[in-house]
Design a protein around this ligand. Structure first.
Ligand code: SF4
Ligand code: FES
Length: 248
């Protein structure tokens, strides 16, 4: 397959940045999107040019490191991570536009790499429990209703990739934050900090400059783990409860 790429190049955080065109051929339909970028980078290096910087680690859809906007859609045309997107999802000869996540709270570091430290600071603000964990408990030592366990596990699959922020017209981090609050707030071990957690994490989310949620739903449409809008409803419920009762 052969593609025309238009890729965002930006030398550093202070550089204005610009789109640069590249031709890449001999691409296998079975290559992942990142492998296609590897092919481009090998050719750039051999030609003495600067390779395109992009984030990646596991390349298995589990670490959350990868993520670019492809033809205007976070992670591209399939609802998966960029590392799990394959070139067979495109047509031979396509023009593909590749950009970094665009959000004020995710400043561009270089080319397609953005700083997602804001997510780490939201987690630090409240994404933990204080219950002593000790060694692994027996599976049924603490009964958890099956529906709660399933919903908590579904929320825990959030990999922190940031696609939800990139897709949202408000650059809101509500889906990410709500996934973490749901994951802990539905389990018995998460109850002691349930009120203080939601207030602290939402405060940090606001302090980082993420926008508010206006129920547009673009976040869940691109989320590679299918985190649903009901997690945001749960966040709002917990936040209202904490503020109304003055427990936080
Ligand atoms: S909610 Fe989905 S899109 Fe947002 S960070 Fe988590 S996995 Fe990524
Ligand atoms: S590189 Fe780990 S999720 Fe894509």
């Amino acid at each position: 397959m052969r593609f025309t790429l238009r890729i965002w190049r930006q030398r550093s955080a202070g550089d204005r940045g610009r789109m640069v065109g590249y031709e890449v051929d001999d691409v296998s339909p079975e290559m992942s999107f990142l492998e296609m970028l590897d092919v481009l980078n090998e050719r750039l290096v051999l030609a003495g040019d600067e390779p395109v910087a992009f984030d990646h680690d596991c390349r298995e859809g589990i670490c959350g490191m990868c993520g670019v906007v492809i033809n205007g859609v976070a992670h591209g045309p399939e609802q998966t991570t960029t590392c799990q997107l394959h070139m067979r999802s495109f047509r031979d000869g396509d023009v593909i536009v590749v950009e970094p996540w665009r959000a004020g709270a995710f400043p561009v570091v270089k080319d397609l790499v953005v700083d997602r430290g804001a997510f780490d600071r939201i987690i630090s603000a409240g994404g933990y429990i204080s219950a002593p964990t000790g060694s692994a408990p027996d599976a049924h030592a603490i009964p958890v209703p099956k529906d709660d366990a399933d919903a908590a596990f579904d929320a825990a699959t959030c990999i922190g990739c940031g696609a939800c922020v990139a897709a949202c017209p408000n650059a809101s981090a509500m889906l990410f934050t709500a996934a973490k609050i749901t994951h802990l707030g539905l389990l018995p071990q998460g109850q002691p900090e349930r009120d203080s957690r939601v207030v602290a994490m939402v405060d940090q989310m606001d302090a980082e400059g993420f926008g508010g949620c206006t129920n547009i739903g673009e976040c869940t449409a691109v989320c590679p783990k299918g985190i649903g809008l009901e997690t945001i409803a749960r966040l709002n419920h917990d936040l209202l409860s904490a503020v109304r009762t003055g427990k936080a």
